[in-house]
Ligand binder design. Structure first.
Ligand SMILES: [Zn+2]
Length: 444
């Protein structure tokens, strides 16, 4: 660790103890042998299971009902006996997930809306250092931990004393922010002025919001004489169309796709080699299962099941977060042993269904423009209540509309097979919803 990072973590430790140790461990873990990493994950899993059984009402009751004891889960192969935890289980039994001895002052609460409507609330231990994986990613990008950042995220920074304290810890780091939920051309313009001034090494933000800024930059031919080390995108899958556009707007900077959810923020992230998303396997266990909850093989698409190995106050064990993904068997060329997750291309709810039961998967639909990143600026696929499908496309050059129309029509026509009305609309703009751009919308 260099002196700058050490100094940063020292100061961070004033607020939360153990930052240096946590960071050093994470860096060590990412280079463990595959078998050592698996063993580490398994030891942490067993410890968490025992804790949950002894201290968390939900898991105690669930295990009792099944006549199961954590000691029965003596090998990794038996872990699948632990039942899958659904969103609804937490919504209906919130209090039962709080571990014995956890006071309300020990917990922060995270509420997530989700596309299904009913909000979900979970607790996270306030004292736990939740930024380790962020620091780890900075390490991958060869970026100092206190580098200047341009942040395009929801909400505003903390006010008052807390902000002052954080400012002190982070000094001399500069952070500029744009609220992703309220983006206007004026705010983008102002943001770009500040961006040029602080020359950030990292841009971090919602895909949809950064996408809107990229559009603005390209539209007004704004250029920069520097580029960030990484553009860290989150909150939605990044399509190739966006990746190409955003990189172009910011002087060909490299794009890093990070995957997480509100419940577990850091799950996996691309390194600079971009062979897939490295799973932070020392802190989260990720399984992929089919519709009958059986573990699937590498490269097979299935439901993502997560266990947060570091959260003891409000444990999430085998939690189904509603996303789909697949594990890759290949190893990354960067030399890290952290396993790879394929790009998470859609939520289960993004699948479109045709009258005869055919599923047009979200995973497929978000890739139909992959070969046209030089032509297509944005897209959105909408299925109306009557099941009719509209593909909206926004182009760089309107003269190319004939070609793209023809090719996309051909691709979808055979799959839709005249079962529902289907049309392509060339539009000038696709609005994002509070900074989140949705590629696939099912109207109910
Ligand atoms: Zn890598």
């Amino acid at each position: 660790m260099n002196f700058n990072d050490y100094f940063y973590l020292q100061r961070y430790s004033i607020a939360k103890k153990g930052a240096i140790l946590a960071y050093n461990s994470a860096i060590k873990h990412q280079h463990l042998d595959e078998s050592e990493l698996k063993e580490l994950s398994w030891q942490k899993t067993k410890k968490l299971l025992m804790h949950a059984y002894e201290n968390v009402e939900w898991y105690h009751e669930t295990f009792k009902k099944l006549d199961l004891h954590p000691n029965d889960i003596s090998k990794p192969e038996y872990y699948a006996q632990v039942p899958i935890l659904k969103r609804q289980d937490i919504i209906c039994n919130f209090e039962k997930f709080i571990a014995k001895g956890t006071g309300s002052k020990d917990l922060n609460y995270i509420t997530t809306g989700g596309s299904s409507g009913e909000p979900l609330k979970i607790g996270v231990n306030k004292h736990r250092i939740r930024e380790v994986q962020k620091w780890q990613m900075f390490n991958w990008w060869d970026t100092p931990l206190n580098a200047n950042i341009a942040s395009v995220y929801r909400g505003l920074p903390l006010g008052g004393l807390k902000a002052l304290a954080l400012g002190g810890i982070n000094w001399p780091q500069k952070v500029i922010r744009l609220d992703a939920t309220q983006i206007t051309p004026d705010k983008i313009k102002n943001f770009i002025t500040k961006y040029k001034r602080i020359r950030p090494k990292i841009i971090h933000g919602y895909v949809g919001a950064v996408d809107a800024i990229a559009d603005y930059i390209l539209e007004y031919n704004i250029t920069f004489d520097f580029k960030p080390n990484a553009i860290w995108l989150t909150a939605a899958p990044v399509t190739k169309v966006q990746e190409s556009k955003i990189s172009k707007a910011f002087n060909n900077a490299s794009i890093c796709d990070q995957y997480g959810c509100s419940e577990i923020y850091f799950i996996a992230s691309e390194c600079t080699h971009k062979k897939g998303l490295h799973i932070f396997a020392d802190s989260v266990k990720l399984e992929i299962v089919d519709n009958s909850n059986k573990i699937v093989d590498y490269n097979q698409q299935g439901k993502i099941i997560l266990t947060n190995l570091d959260e003891y106050s409000f444990p999430l064990i085998r939690y189904e977060n509603g996303d789909e993904g697949r594990l890759l068997k290949e190893r990354c060329t960067c030399g890290m042993s952290l396993p790879l997750l394929g790009k998470v291309k859609g939520r289960i709810s993004d699948n479109l269904i045709l009258p005869d039961g055919t599923i047009l998967s979200g995973e497929y639909l978000t890739t139909i423009f992959d070969d046209y990143t030089d032509i297509v600026r944005q897209f959105q696929i909408v299925q109306k209540k009557d099941l009719s499908i509209t593909v909206k496309i926004c182009l760089y050059d309107i003269n190319k509309s004939h070609r793209i129309n023809k090719e996309i029509y051909k691709q979808l026509e055979t799959r839709i097979d005249k079962q529902v009305p289907f049309k392509i609309e060339i539009v000038t703009k696709i609005e994002s919803n509070k900074g989140k751009l949705r590629y696939i919308i099912k109207e109910n």
